[in-house]
Design a protein around this ligand. Sequence first.
Ligand SMILES: [Zn+2]
Length: 233
Amino acid sequence: MDNPDRTPIGVDLGEYNLYTACPATMPDWTGAYRISGDEICAHLDDLRERVAVLLASDSDRDTVVAYVRQRRAELLETLDGAARALCEYASAYDRPVLVTEDNHYEPDLWAWLTDPDAHRGTAWLLAMAHLRLRAVAAEYAVEVATVPETHSSQECHRCGVIGDRPQDKTLRCPNPDCRVDRVHADYNAAKVLAQRYHPGQRCTYRSPPPVTPGERPALVADGGPPQPQPDDA
Ligand SMILES: [Zn+2]
């Protein structure tokens, strides 16, 4: 997948920002692109509330299923519209490749609707947003690649050191030699993913600096499988 003539564009998926896209070569964030997740999250919350009311009522199962099916189709239209906007953004670049995390799991809308412990993003939204992005990108003949997700939302795009999140949407780089202080976490993650398209680049699998030599984490070779870290959860 290492094609030097391509333009890798990292795509971070989330609830606050449904899609955040940034090319690896972007010197700053002026050309980055984001699509808010507010609207679709509000729809999903509303759907869960309405289904709870229906399930507690005398409605028969077929009525509930038909209602969910119709609302699901509307949700997919919203996702496809966002994915099309993203593909049009990407198409302005020369031979773009959308680079996403390699997490694959099955979207389960019923889990979100009926399991009180289900998380909106992990149960359905992000998995489906990923699937729809791949499908829509195929219509646009835009290539999609996946790269390991390990620490992609935590490491600084510039120096590779693991940062901290003093606020939810901000990543702070603790490296005194790095000129990045605080960056928007979603833009940073998108750029890290884009950089990982070319194996061997600085950002591949950089672990946080050990506190003491005895706590040095296991080294991982470029391109090798990521080792589980205690803070992966
Ligand atoms: Zn840094």
